[in-house]
Design a protein around this ligand. Structure first.
Ligand SMILES: [Zn+2]
Ligand SMILES: [Zn+2]
Length: 298
């Protein structure tokens, strides 16, 4: 994060914001700057990629699903925007420790223990390490002692949109982001790689809420995509993973997505439409669409 802080200092904060008597290395100034950068950066990523995904990827017919809430998009956005400043408080404390040099982040490829191979390996290990940690943190958040208090707000959205991606209770949001923050304190990681991964994980989080359930056949059993995560929102006890299905398979919580079996939200809407058309043709409204009794109302 010091790359971003240095850039903000040299381009905006030092020449235009802070008095010239306040040195850039002052810890209090660094904390204030990190708070501003974390919040503005988080909002920029959320609104930029969330809006692109909402208008260009999200299938708006999903809004006709019976479990899509009234004013859901506005509520998702409001909840996210309210939570972000609270999530940023402990996050800034970790970024501060990074900026003060306590992490294992490095500047140059020459500092990598195994050169370019080390940089590429660290990207993969970052994904596998954070996927594993988030799986267990997410399972913990589903424990009956904490679920209602911390994680239920994120499950309010049964058929989520990209804007639900960051709509978490602040404690939930921070807990699930901890693996990203502790990785560079445990393992060496290139600073630019870290920034790239930070943006990637936010975009991925948006993508698993985008309602586009397509996955190449060869990856259907490996990648945890929107189809898997939508079923997590609908059926709760399955598909806790973030990028991969690995830990759900190890932990016995993997569920083949209903949309891969012709039973997903799009299929439900299709049957609903067919049922309405058939009722209109028959002149009566008593034809029933397939029941969703299997849904738990948690
Ligand atoms: Zn959950
Ligand atoms: Zn979600």
């Amino acid at each position: 994060m010091d790359l971003v802080l240095n850039y903000a200092d040299s381009c905006v904060l030092t020449p235009y914001v802070y008095p010239s008597t306040w040195p850039e290395e002052n810890p209090f100034r660094q904390l204030i700057s990190l708070f501003i950068i974390t919040n503005l950066g988080g909002l920029a990523i959320y609104f930029l990629f969330g809006t692109l995904s909402y208008y260009f990827i999200f299938d708006h017919s999903l809004k006709k699903h019976p479990q899509f809430l009234e004013n859901q998009v506005t509520r998702e956005i409001k909840y996210s925007v309210k939570s972000l400043p609270w999530i940023s408080v402990p996050t800034v404390a970790i970024f501060f420790a990074e900026v003060r040099g306590y992490s294992r982040l490095y500047d140059n490829i020459e500092d990598s223990p195994y050169g370019w191979f080390g940089v590429i390996f660290s990207m993969l290990s970052f994904l596998f390490f954070t996927d594993m940690c988030i799986y267990w943190i997410h399972r913990f958040l589903h424990h009956k002692l904490v679920y209602k208090r911390l994680h239920k707000p994120h499950h309010l959205w049964k058929v989520p949109t990209p804007f639900a991606s960051h709509a978490f209770h602040p404690v939930d949001g921070f807990l699930q982001s901890i693996p990203y923050h502790i990785y560079p304190f445990l393992f060496p990681l290139h600073k630019v790689t870290y920034l790239g991964l930070y943006i990637f994980v936010n975009v991925w989080t948006i993508s698993i809420h985008d309602g586009d359930y397509r996955v190449p056949d060869v990856l259907k059993q490996i990648i945890n995509g929107a189809a898997h995560h939508t079923d997590h929102h609908l059926y709760f006890d399955y598909n806790y993973g973030q990028y991969f299905t690995l830990w759900d398979k190890i932990g016995g919580s993997f569920k083949n997505p209903t949309s891969f079996e012709g039973m997903g939200p799009h299929d439900y809407l299709k049957r609903l439409k067919e049922s309405e058309l058939s009722s209109m043709r028959n002149g009566c409204g008593d034809e029933k669409i397939p029941s969703r009794d299997s849904l738990k109302n948690k």
